[in-house]
Design a protein around this ligand. Structure first.
Ligand code: GTP
Ligand code: MG
Length: 151
């Protein structure tokens, strides 16, 4: 099974939406294998969002993501990276489809509640998991529901 990195951003934490986000991923049948309530420092923010370093919104993005605690997670399942992106919805929460996390709960481009590894960027999931978690923090366990979720 595939593992992917997910994070409830500072706006989701402040708005009390950690549980809602976790619920949606659990409900889809994905399996939580790691979770950490933490603060992202400047250095980690630059590494995590390195691909956007030259963009005009980069400084604002770093300021936002370091502005308060985040809940970092690793989720596992068939095609997990793409499945999480589908549940998240479009980057701009104002345009995200109803039924998605951003579409239902967000209303802004910058404050878009959740991060998930980019499924179009090969290896982004593994890279981000390594950046945020040590190997021993990833739990190896069987979720009984999996046998009812997947054929
Ligand atoms: P992440 O999961 O946060 O990586 O979002 P994403 O993969 O859907 O979008 P992307 O990686 O392209 O951009 C990273 C973050 O930068 C987004 O979540 C937005 O909050 C922000 N962002 C992206 N494009 C713009 C933009 O054009 N203007 C502004 N102000 N912010 C942007
Ligand atoms: Mg991205």
């Amino acid at each position: 099974d595939e593992r992917t990195f997910v994070m409830a951003k500072p706006d989701a934490v402040q708005r009390g939406l950690i549980g809602e986000i976790v619920s949606r991923l659990e409900g889809k049948g994905l399996k939580l294998v790691a979770g950490k309530f933490m603060r992202i420092d400047e250095e980690l923010a630059h590494e995590h969002y390195g691909e956007h370093e030259d963009k005009p919104f980069f400084d604002g993005l770093v300021e936002f993501i370091t502005s308060g605690p985040v809940f970092a997670m690793v989720w596992e399942g068939d095609d997990a990276t793409r499945q999480v992106r589908r549940l998240m919805g479009a980057t701009d929460a104002r345009e995200a489809a109803p039924g998605t996390i951003r579409g239902d709960l967000g209303n802004d481009l910058g404050h878009n509640l959740i991060h998930g590894s980019d499924h179009e960027d090969e290896g982004a999931n593994e890279r981000e998991i390594d950046l945020f978690f040590d190997d021993e923090e990833l739990l190896d366990w069987d979720r009984d529901a999996s046998t009812w979720v997947y054929e």
